[in-house]
Design a binder for this molecule. Structure first.
Ligand code: 13P
Length: 253
């Protein structure tokens, strides 16, 4: 069985000191939650402080983005090695907000996944369709393009380290969640794409998280579905009680 992953994407929220406070609360409330991996993704400025705050706990830390080059004249960018050295284990790649506001393409996502692998980071790769694409009946085609192009060129040993987050763009920050059946259907489709790319045995091991207005009131239902192996939480991850209560719902699977 896939071990559930509950990840919190703080986006551009919390100063470093606020982030440390939130992290301490998450560490405290998360004590004894075995059976689930908890990952938090603060902004870059808080990463080092958050990594040292979680040091003696099972909580893991992710960056929200990386650049694909190792070093050099790339003003404003951060490399995968830089995240690894301060204690990050994961990195979010290709979030829809990066695709929408910063022009990230599937090709860029592909290079960033390679960079994450080279530094030993586990990539949480985000895919998702817009409302317009869904209403036009193109949701599955869009997701297929993002998966096939994003994962081009990886062998099975690399692919086994991938985590996917399905985040329908129309459900992010809108209070509108995909129903658990809609989400599960897309997750099962993503797993069928992974089966085509990497074979059934490996596809069964890859965690596919759902993201988009996940809250304590809907997490139980979402996480009860066969192909929903965790969640990527935005707004509700900024509150330790909400975030940990979502994490607890993964234990009921
Ligand atoms: P919300 O949970 O705020 O809708 O954000 C989801 C998301 O984008 C997580 O990466």
């Amino acid at each position: 069985m896939r071990r559930p992953i509950i990840a919190g994407n703080w986006k551009m929220n919390k100063t470093s000191s606020e982030g440390v406070e939130l992290t301490k609360a998450i560490v405290g409330l998360g004590k004894g939650l075995d059976g689930v991996d908890i990952v938090i993704a603060p902004p870059f400025t808080s990463l080092a402080a958050v990594c040292s705050t979680v040091k003696d706990s099972p909580i893991k830390v992710a960056g929200q983005n990386i650049f694909w080059e190792k070093s050099g004249a790339y003003t404003g960018e951060i490399s995968a090695d830089m995240l690894g050295e301060i204690g990050c284990s994961h990195v979010i790649i290709g979030h829809s907000e990066r695709r929408q506001f910063f022009g990230e393409t599937d090709e860029m996502v592909n290079k960033k996944i390679s960079a994450a692998f080279s530094a030993g980071l586990l990539p949480i790769v985000c895919v998702g369709e817009t409302l317009e694409q869904r209403e036009a009946g193109r949701a599955k085609d869009i997701i297929k393009g993002q998966i096939v192009n994003g994962f081009k060129g990886f062998d099975n040993s690399a692919a086994s380290k991938i985590i996917i987050a399905y985040e329908p763009i129309w459900a992010i920050g809108t209070g509108k969640t995909a129903t658990s059946d809609e989400a599960n259907e897309m997750h099962a489709y993503i797993r069928s794409l992974l089966t085509d790319l990497f074979g059934a045995a490996l596809a069964k091991k890859i965690n596919i998280l759902y993201g988009g207005s996940v809250k304590p009131s809907n997490s139980n239902e979402l996480l009860s579905k066969e192909d929903i192996d965790g969640v990527l939480v935005g707004g509700a991850s900024l509150d330790a009680d909400s975030f940990i209560s979502i994490a607890k719902s993964a234990l009921n699977r």
